[in-house]
Ligand binder design. Structure first.
Ligand SMILES: *Cc1c(COP(=O)(O)O)cnc(C)c1O
Length: 409
């Protein structure tokens, strides 16, 4: 897919038509066409090993692939110059309309959305303050969150020079809020891990006049989550663009209150003297994000869900008749909430752990990456596989398990 991004097929077709037939045999033309349309495969040139993605939307594994329509729109945008601020504003307005919220900003991933949302709450739209971040002297510079909502991505919040204040209970939350409190942060997938749920969290924020930000990076599907949290009353909600939405991997969304989104924009690239200048998003990603979102919203989600289930079942059938092997479908309750397949085996003397099976899949041909979680068996994500690759994954898993069985015999 990516190969087409920089190809210029139309340009070639035009020049090919202009070539007079004299002296150009069919073979020569074909050979020439091959030469001129063959795009470089830089990954192959570098010897970087591609693999089938049965892992899911992991950034380290490059997460997701964009539909062709998104790549096409990015390619068109790539050949034109525009005013980036104008594009940000107009795309943001369109996204806000689609998501039925006040305002939206395309960011450089969800982590960037966390930085920009925090910067908006700390520095607002004041040019002087925007320039001073991450020096927050004299500004509201505390962000309150539940202890169980601490996670690696909160570094993106800390980049703004704020101090994270951890609380456990709703009473703690109330008493932690003071005149220095800039924002209340919620980690969507950790809702069950903390004592304070969405409604109470949002209510406290509103009562105390402190903006709330919900990080729902990997929590699409369900599609409804794109609307749910702003409607619930969160002032800001952040999503990854390159996970379930299948937009550009280096894009994300910050949506919510108009004044805060406007401030986030001012704290962002292309404004040079801002904390977000390191989070550059160019026109291709802005356009790609918008088109990916449109595609996603127009999708028949039930149909796609059934296809994912079919893929799981196909892989399950491929390995099911091996002795000692059992399979089950499961859907994570939150974060990457799509159907997955879990495969377990009991081979008695055979020394094959799920981790070793994963390593064999990684080393095989074609290489396959599975979910990097092995405590309950081998876990396969099907939702980022290209059409037909579920069969390849099924065959490869079967051959790895069958080989271990033979070794045990
Ligand atoms: C993936 C993720 C992020 C970062 O998202 P990017 O789009 O990769 O920047 C932030 N928070 C959570 C909870 C995530 O899962």
């Amino acid at each position: 897919m990516l190969r087409r991004l920089f190809s210029n097929r139309r340009g070639f077709m035009q020049s090919a038509l202009a070539v007079p037939g004299i002296g150009l045999g069919a073979q020569t033309a074909t050979a020439q066409r091959k030469r001129r349309t063959a795009n470089r495969d830089v990954l192959a040139e570098l010897g970087v090993q591609p693999f089938l993605n049965a892992a899911g939307t992991y950034t380290r594994l490059t997460a997701s692939q964009m539909p062709q329509s998104v790549l096409d729109a990015m390619q068109v945008a790539a050949t034109q110059y525009v005013d980036l601020n104008e594009l940000h504003e107009k795309a943001g307005d369109r996204i806000a309309e689609l998501l039925e919220c006040e305002a939206a900003l395309v960011t450089a991933g969800c982590a960037s959305a966390l930085t920009l949302g925090t910067a908006a709450c700390v520095a607002g739209s004041s040019v002087d303050r925007i320039r001073r971040l991450p020096d927050t002297v004299g500004m509201k510079n505390e962000v309150v969150l539940q202890k169980s909502h601490r996670n690696g991505y909160d570094h993106a919040i800390r980049n703004c020079g704020v101090r994270l204040v951890e609380v456990d209970s709703a009473r703690d939350l109330e008493s932690a809020i003071n005149e220095r409190t800039a924002m209340l942060f919620f980690l969507n997938h950790a809702e069950r891990d903390g004592a304070i749920g969405h409604e109470e969290f949002v209510r406290v924020g509103k009562q105390r006049g402190v903006p709330t930000l919900n990080d729902a990076a990997a929590d699409i599907p369900p599609a409804d989550n794109l609307f749910r949290f702003t409607k619930m009353g969160y002032d800001l909600v952040a999503f990854s663009g390159g996970k379930g939405l299948r937009g550009p991997q280096s894009a994300g969304l910050l949506i919510g209150r108009r004044d805060l989104i406007e401030a986030a924009r001012l704290n962002n690239s292309p404004h040079s003297d801002s904390v977000g200048r390191t989070n550059k998003v160019n026109k291709e990603e802005v356009v790609g994000m918008l088109v990916a979102l449109e595609e996603f919203l127009a999708r028949d989600h039930d149909k796609v869900w059934k296809e994912w289930e079919q893929s799981c079942k196909r892989i399950a059938r491929t390995v099911a008749n091996l002795p000692g092997v059992s399979t089950e479908m499961f859907t994570p309750e939150i974060a990457n909430a799509a159907p997955h397949l879990r495969i377990r085996w009991d081979y008695g003397g055979a020394q094959l752990t799920a981790e070793q099976a994963a390593e064999e899949l990684r080393q095989g041909e074609p290489a396959i990456e599975v979910r990097p979680r092995f405590s309950e068996g081998l876990e396969i994500a099907v939702w980022m596989l290209a059409a037909g690759d579920d069969r390849v994954v099924g065959r490869r898993v079967r051959s790895v398990l069958a080989a271990a069985l033979r070794r045990a015999a």
